[in-house]
Design a protein around this ligand. Structure first.
Ligand code: ZN
Length: 286
């Protein structure tokens, strides 16, 4: 990774006045002890059968057994509620303060940690939803309700009949569902801002990819849009991912094979330096 060359690119990107977009995946929240869907905490038992996160987190499973899906999400919510943002989250908040309206955060994480770190709702796009909310599983309206307030759950906890009432839609009486994109569903603008995010990518002078393995749609999609306009892309990941072959070949591609926090510290230092040296020219929009 040639940080000196990258610094010049980043300076150019900041001077362009266009968006500088940060795409975030589960890797950023690992240091906050949020388990990934695919890791060992992603296993779930129903009766004598074992399921993996990508099987439980589906509309199909919700239709078959809403209460089991809720048990799993209530367990995940308990973990998220207790989790604290790590240094990587706080660096993204500092970068937002420095870049102002140029900053765009596209996150695949539903764990509320960007909010806890202080990133603004206006510049954060939660493309996989937000575990702070629930909505009607029967789609009787598009209202977002606060996530049901149940007591903390472990993997083994049951849901009492009293608690079950809190999982019902106040309008139609059917089950609510967590406000997240499930594995058998598609992105849309209404809940996940997919068109807005695409437009931001098309107007970005640089894309950062942080801690995502590339097994979902979004990384490939944003790489596609940003590279179409020949803008630089920096992939921050401890290991190669499904799109590494592309980044390696791409003339404007950069790879930092280190943890999110290590690389983001360097990015933050560069942005501070650029802002400091050009303070009078670059005025941040807050
Ligand atoms: Zn309803």
């Amino acid at each position: 990774m040639n940080w000196t060359k990258f610094e010049k690119e980043l300076e150019k990107a900041i001077f362009s006045g266009k968006h500088i977009t940060f795409l975030v995946g589960a890797g950023l929240s690992v240091e906050s002890r949020i388990p990934t869907f695919r890791g060992k905490e992603g296993f779930w038992k129903i009766g004598s059968k074992n399921y993996k996160g990508p099987e439980i987190g589906t509309f199909r499973m919700f239709n078959l057994n809403a209460i089991e899906v809720w048990k799993w999400f209530l367990f995940r919510k308990t973990i998220c509620r207790k989790a604290e943002p790590n240094r990587g989250h706080f660096i993204l908040k500092e970068i937002e303060d420095l870049l102002g309206d140029q900053f765009a955060l596209v996150s695949q994480n539903v764990d509320s940690l960007h909010k806890k770190a202080g990133n603004s709702a206006e510049r954060t796009y939660l493309v996989h939803g937000d575990l702070d909310y629930a909505r009607c599983g029967n789609e009787c309206s598009d209202t977002l309700y606060p996530f049901p307030e149940l007591e903390d759950k472990t993997r083994e906890s049951d849901i009492s009949l009293e608690e079950e009432k809190l999982l019902m839609c106040p309008k139609c009486g059917e089950y609510l569902r967590p406000h997240v994109l499930w594995f058998d569903e598609t992105y849309n603008e209404e809940y996940y801002k997919i068109y807005t995010v695409t437009e931001i990518a098309d107007n970005s002078s640089m894309l950062f990819i942080i801690g995502t393995s590339g097994s979902t749609f979004i990384p490939g999609h944003l790489i596609d849009r940003v590279s179409h306009f020949n803008q630089p892309i920096l992939d921050i990941n401890i290991a190669d991912s499904e799109y590494s072959y592309f980044i390696k070949d791409y003339s404007e591609g950069y790879e930092a094979r280190e943890t999110s926090t290590e690389a983001l510290e360097k990015v933050l230092a560069i942005i501070k330096k650029i802002k400091h040296e050009n303070g009078k020219i670059l005025r941040t929009t807050k």
